[in-house]
Design a protein around this ligand. Structure first.
Ligand code: DNO
Ligand code: MN
Length: 364
């Protein structure tokens, strides 16, 4: 297992590369060009600039998250071909600097969705929170207005230029059923996977977060059966999954350990985080520790160890602790604690399996 840490770029993140480098066992930043609108071809100079910054800090850039998919592709509009061509050129350019995995998602209009970015817990920390009834009732325009008020920094999927066209987007999605969205995804995969394969890059779709339809918009990457359908849409080792335990974990019916075993050859990238799901369907993001949430993080790490996972992992969102001011969900402290928990579990698995840790057979 190789460990990465999401980094939003110079001037766009409160966490520095130097700080990331000091987290034990982190070899990679998980990065993107957040100022390039979805659908545009990424400029080589900007890609190289990130490569050089990371190299100067002693970090690799093997995983990109995300190259966002233009809405016209998800909508299946005739204009999609232009954006798909740009996507292919971006894949080729990323291969030139040694990128191995590209994470993306296929969620209409919104990326991850929460009703509160700073929900207070008893211990004084805050975290991302989802109140199910609010989304069921809320006017999406009102939600966007509130989220914009709450956060100074743009969030992935919540870029202002996208949100400005919200009304038109909702109208455009009116005829797009789940089946249509599957078709549009299949079309996209048939175009880009051969290019990715030629470039040696594994594409890794991120699940929908939360994994159910919101505001009447279809969502299809929601659980094990749909993942099976997804992998068959284009059957190639380069068509893979970003297995996000927190996204799938918001629906307690999802058995993430079973997914790891079933899809073991198709998971180049793992997001590992916990959520606590309440009986009414609300959920809050917790520390990564198994006992703090609903998701069996210890069991998940054991499953990754059992399949001999040698892909990339990152802690996903963290809480905001120790008075840190940061992007919602993306502070330094709680994610760094999460990494140490994941390494602790990982080493425990290695010990239990009698593996060497740094040449020593500990405990035998
Ligand atoms: C949610 C996060 C997301 C994710 C994007 C991938 O669990 O990991 O922000 O990065 O949806 O495209
Ligand atoms: Mn995730």
């Amino acid at each position: 297992m190789k460990m990465g840490f999401r980094w939003f770029g110079e001037g766009n993140d409160t966490v520095t590369l130097r700080q990331i480098r000091q987290i034990p066992g982190v070899t990679d930043i998980v990065w993107s060009l957040h100022d390039v609108p979805a659908g545009e071809e990424w400029p080589m100079e900007k890609i190289e600039a990130v490569r050089d910054q990371a190299a100067a800090a002693g970090l690799n850039i093997d995983v990109v998250e995300s190259v966002n998919v233009h809405e016209d592709i998800k909508l299946g509009l005739p204009t999609r071909d232009r954006y798909i061509e740009n996507y292919k050129r971006t894949i080729e350019k990323l291969a030139k600097v040694g990128v191995k995995v590209i994470c993306y998602n296929f969620m209409p209009v919104f990326d991850w969705l929460r009703t509160d970015l700073f929900k207070a817990a008893d211990d004084g920390s805050t975290a991302l929170f989802y109140e199910k009834s609010k989304i069921a009732d809320i006017d999406p325009f009102e939600l966007v207005r509130r989220i914009n008020e709450n956060s100074a920094l743009t969030m992935p999927g919540w870029e202002p230029e996208r949100l400005a066209h919200l009304k038109a987007l909702f109208e455009a999605y009116r005829g797009v059923t789940e089946d249509r969205l599957w078709e549009h995804l299949g079309y996209f995969l048939n175009e880009i996977i051969p290019v990715a394969a030629r470039c040696g890059i594994k594409m890794a779709i991120h699940p929908d977060d939360p994994p159910w339809p919101v505001f009447g918009l279809p969502r299809i990457i929601t659980g094990q059966a749909n993942l099976r359908r997804f992998l068959k849409l284009h059957d190639s080792p380069y068509n893979g999954i970003t297995l996000c335990s927190g996204s799938f974990g918001a629906n307690p019916d999802n058995d993430i350990i079973a997914m790891i075993h079933e899809f073991k050859d198709r998971i180049p990238f793992a997001h590992i985080r916990n959520v606590k799901v309440f009986p009414n369907g609300d959920f809050i993001e917790t520390s990564h520790r198994t006992e703090d949430g609903t998701v069996d993080i210890a069991g998940i790490v054991r499953a990754y160890h059992e399949i001999g996972f040698d892909g990339y992992a990152r802690p996903d969102h963290g809480r905001h602790i120790w008075d840190e001011r940061c992007r919602p969900g993306y502070g330094l402290y709680d994610r760094a604690l999460g990494i140490m928990y994941l390494w602790g579990l990982w080493d425990a698995c290695r010990l239990a399996a009698g593996e060497d840790i740094r040449g020593k057979k500990v405990g035998s």
